[in-house]
Design a protein. Structure first.
Ligand code: ATP
Length: 324
């Protein structure tokens, strides 16, 4: 269902000389949703984001936000705001002045902009750091300031370019919880570019998976994971086997494969302990490798080692046909 807050890309194309970075992409981003733009390096995610932000011109096509065509408008006039990977804070300005910066550019007077910056710093829980310089903050704190700075103009859509990639793994997980909470509280759309399928699955109401300048598949996170349309999607999302059978190619989730008394014969190639699961890779006749994610308790009840002969089984219904 469309709402007045939607963002629509219509036949959007970006060319850099002979390189087609974004190829005729059309997509409706629903207002108030958390969308992750996901895909391998060079597939066109950042170019798409930068065109939405107005930091890059579109070679063809249009961008419509809240019913208004914004394709030719400058970044500050679109109703979007962008948070950069490096946070891009001004080193010589205090946290408060960083957050208030774009209001200053718009000619808003100091009392009003400091009040608004204060509200945003409260939102991201950074009030007590308002007088510090960015160099006096940790990476996670700098990121919160960058978020507050991007949100100070009340955007309809917040664009985030790999916002978590500069953080260590522990902080990354904590910040992604905070991003999701913030998006829910604000009720605006977040469009978040990432390489990481885990990050996309954890955050996104909807995933837009790009490949070679086009959208390969888009939809709710669980749908993308459980019903990959193509081999590329199954392999990129991970956790799947791609099984070649006489009827065609099928995706089979690794956690649907089990060790059984009756099943297909295989030889264990590798065993990797992963905490809650053990990842067991085995080779079937015909050289096909199968990954099985076996619950830790089941595996250690009868552990296997590389070279052991095993039998693997799965329910037929778990085979998901892939497009040729
Ligand atoms: N300014 C530019 N000039 C020329 N080619 C560019 C430019 N920016 C991007 N490209 C090319 O366009 C394609 C898409 O790049 P883009 O940065 O959008 O991909 P991406 O999916 O965001 O990649 P990454 O995850 O590595 O950031 C790539 O082939 C890239 O080399």
């Amino acid at each position: 269902m469309r709402t007045g807050q939607d963002l629509e890309l219509i036949h959007l194309t970006k060319r850099y000389g002979d390189t087609v970075a974004v190829d005729d992409v059309s997509y409706l981003f629903r207002g108030g949703s958390y969308v992750c733009l996901l895909g391998p390096s060079g597939c066109g995610k950042t170019s798409t984001l930068r065109m939405i932000a107005g930091h890059e011109t579109a070679s063809q096509g249009s961008i419509v936000l809240c019913g208004t065509e914004v394709t030719g408008l400058p970044p500050a006039k679109r109703g979007t705001a962008m948070m950069f990977q490096s946070y891009a804070l001004f080193p010589h300005l205090t946290v408060r002045d960083n957050v208030a910066f774009s209001l200053k550019m718009k000619g808003v007077d100091q009392a009003v902009r400091h009040k608004r910056a204060g509200e945003l710093l409260e939102l991201v829980d950074m009030t007590r750091y308002a007088d510090r310089l960015p160099s006096q903050l940790s990476g996670g704190q700098q990121q919160r300031v960058a978020l507050a700075r991007a949100l100070v103009t009340n955007p309809q859509v917040l664009l985030l370019d790999e916002p978590l990639s500069a953080l260590d793994p522990f902080l990354r997980v904590r910040m992604r919880t905070e991003l999701k909470k913030l998006q829910r509280e604000l009720g605006i759309s977040f469009i978040h570019v990432t390489h990481g399928q885990d990050e996309a699955l954890a955050l996104a109401d909807e995933i837009v998976l790009m490949n070679n300048a086009r959208i390969e598949q888009a939809g709710p996170a669980r749908e993308i994971f459980n019903a990959p349309r193509t081999e590329f999607v199954a392999r990129f999302m991970g956790g799947h086997n791609v099984v070649a059978l006489p009827q065609g190619r099928f995706a089979l989730r690794a956690d649907s494969v089990r060790l059984a008394q009756n099943g297909t014969e295989a030889v264990v190639r590798a065993v990797e302990y992963q905490g809650g699961h053990v990842a067991l890779t085995a080779r079937l006749a015909g050289d096909q490798e199968i990954l099985a994610l076996i619950p830790e308790g089941d595996f250690y009840a009868d552990p296997k080692s590389p070279g052991d002969a095993v039998r693997l089984a799965w329910d037929e219904g778990r085979l998901h046909r892939l497009q040729a």
